[in-house]
Design a protein around this ligand. Structure first.
Ligand SMILES: *[C@@H]1O[C@H](CO)[C@@H](O)[C@H](O)[C@H]1NC(C)=O
Ligand SMILES: *[C@@H]1O[C@H](CO)[C@@H](O)[C@H](O)[C@H]1NC(C)=O
Length: 541
């Protein structure tokens, strides 16, 4: 049996990479890789200067929280859009060079990812405007319309977010909601920690933030405090808050111990409060965050897929289910998740969200499934596992236990066992690979194909001709396997089609036959390897 301890299986690794590509909300290359060079649209450009008037009317921070709340969402958005400075070929360089901090969004109007990000960016600009005054300038540029400026900024695709600090850019590394952008921008350009000075401030803070790190310090100074602030700055996604008085802290973290210095994380979920009990060093604090920032069960979205995937918790159990099915299962999963906290990460994927669910389900040949699927991935080892029994509490519990202990058998896809009676080309599936290829006493030529590969049909035809040609060679079997639906740990193929010759006397080292060869060359190389020359019927080739 293959346990987790087995060496990395290349196909799953390959697949991991594919998944990453599919899942990543890749801001750099979503819509386009290249920005054209010529600037011939320059003539019709208009100056959409920042609307100073609108800025002046921008509501100041108000005590009672009246003003903005009364505006409709659309109005707020329109206002917000105008707070973002629209760059063009005239002013880009000037703006970048003359401001300490500029966060630039490079977009293309037709790109859906750009369209998704723009209102969030504008919303973030509104919040930041209120908080930071003019420290950070938020700007956007139609990178397709102003390609020269885009290339000056280093924008290579849409949408791209870049932070310029005194003219030097750094990539954006935060999340993609408006709040995420605010938190990140504040960390990198302003104060990375919010200080709470009263119960009222704590209450207000709670209305805005559901996930945060709280630090309670005797004094806002000293080594431990400095490490805390450094961690806050280096982290890319979570708001940090600092308090001094226990009454203020209790609003945010009711059971906060009376000891200082204290650090904890608060999340919006049943497992709301987690206290930190390690040393106050930046790296330890960040590690604690990495392990604890996710809820007991994380719902996978396009927004969080990268951070889920890069979690240090490498054992991940995925539950794919319909929303209603998941409701019935939620308590169970949460209980199990609590047992395996920080050992296994639990992820829920709405099975109806095909973009998210299918890439995973395909790995198990379950892409059409409507029923709940519980699967596990060991990203450290790059292997996958499937709960093949009913997803009951005890089955899931056992599955997770075995998963943690490394005693689950990895899953390999297989089609049903086919009937090969009278077949000229034997159909091999995952389950029959051992018997049909590896422990078969004959020489086997195996064609590894996928339904979508470009040259597979041509090679299939050649293999059929070869099979006829070698009909008399009773010790030679021709076989094929659909690699999209079948896997075997000993079948490590990344290119399709691939022709493998498994010699009877050495099944562990298959010989790769060139798929670029002519029929004659193929036959010649088969003859050379197998010494079956005498049986060849020459005229057929
Ligand atoms: C940007 O440049 C100004 C002027 O040289 C300097 O005072 C400021 O510290 C610089 N900002 C950063 C973040 O380096
Ligand atoms: C924040 O993002 C940057 C850039 O991706 C990365 O190098 C850094 O490690 C991240 N910080 C943390 C604490 O994960």
């Amino acid at each position: 049996m293959f346990t987790r301890k087995n060496p990395t299986l290349r196909f799953t690794l390959y697949f991991t990479l594919t998944l990453l590509l599919i899942l990543s909300y890749n801001v750099v290359t979503q819509c386009s890789e290249a920005v054209p060079d010529d600037d011939d649209l320059e003539g019709i450009e208009e100056l959409l200067a920042v609307d100073e008037e609108v800025e002046k009317h921008q509501p100041e921070e108000q005590g009672g929280g009246g003003g903005t709340d009364k505006l409709s969402e659309a109005e707020v958005l329109t206002k917000a859009q105008r707070i973002v400075l629209e760059l063009n070929s005239d002013k880009t360089e000037k703006v970048i060079n003359e401001n300490e901090y500029v966060l630039v969004l490079g977009y293309a109007p037709w790109c859906p990812r750009s369209a998704e990000l723009m209102p969030r960016f504008a919303e973030a600009a509104t919040s930041l405007k209120k908080e930071l005054g003019s420290t950070l300038l938020m700007a956007k540029i139609d990178a397709e319309r102003y390609p020269k400026s885009a290339s000056f900024l280093g924008i290579k695709g849409y949408p791209t977010l870049l932070l310029f600090v005194n003219g030097t850019s750094q990539p954006y590394s935060g999340g993609f909601t408006a709040d995420d952008i605010v938190i990140w921008a504040r960390k990198k350009t302003g104060s990375s920690v919010i200080r709470i000075n009263s119960e009222k401030e704590a209450e207000e803070f709670l209305t805005k933030y559901h996930t945060f790190v709280i630090g309670r310090f005797d004094k806002f100074e000293g080594h431990e405090y400095d490490e805390f602030v450094r961690a806050a700055k280096l982290d890319n996604e979570t708001q940090f808050v600092e308090v001094n008085k226990v009454e203020h802290a209790q609003v945010l973290y009711p059971d906060i111990p009376s000891t200082v210095n204290f650090l904890g994380i608060v999340k919006s979920e049943p497992e709301r409060y987690t206290a930190y009990d390690g040393a106050f060093t930046t790296s330890k604090i960040l590690e604690f965050l990495d392990y604890n920032k996710f809820p007991l069960v994380t719902k996978l979205t396009e927004m969080n897929s990268i951070s889920v995937y890069s979690s240090p918790v490498k054992l991940q159990v995925f539950v794919f289910a319909d929303i209603d099915d998941f409701k019935n299962l939620q308590d169970t999963i949460q209980d199990v998740a609590r047992t395996f906290k920080s050992k296994i990460m639990f992820i829920y994927v709405d099975i109806k969200e095909e973009n998210l669910a299918k890439p995973f389900l395909t790995l198990f040949g379950l892409e059409e499934s409507r029923n709940t699927v519980v699967a596990a991935f060991d990203n450290g080892m790059s292997s996958k596992y499937l709960l093949e029994s009913e997803p009951t509490r005890s089955n899931i519990q056992d599955f997770c236990n075995n998963f943690v202990q490394g005693s689950l058998s990895p899953f390999f896809k297989s089609q049903p066992i086919p009937d090969n009676t009278d077949a000229t080309i034997h159909v091999v599936v995952g389950k029959t690979f051992d018997d049909a290829v590896l422990s078969n006493e004959k020489d086997v030529i195996l064609e590894v194909f996928t339904p979508w590969c470009i040259n597979c049909d041509a090679i299939s035809k050649q293999v059929e001709k070869l099979a006829k040609h070698y009909k008399a060679a009773t010790n030679l079997i021709f076989a094929r396997i659909d690699a999209s639906a079948n896997e075997h740990p000993k079948l490590q193929v990344n290119d399709y089609p691939t022709l493998l010759l498994y010699k009877a006397d050495d099944k562990t080292n298959p010989i790769k036959l060139s798929t670029k060869s002519s029929l004659k060359e193929l036959a010649a190389s088969i003859n050379k390897h197998l010494k079956v020359k005498n049986q060849v019927v020459k005229d057929e080739l």
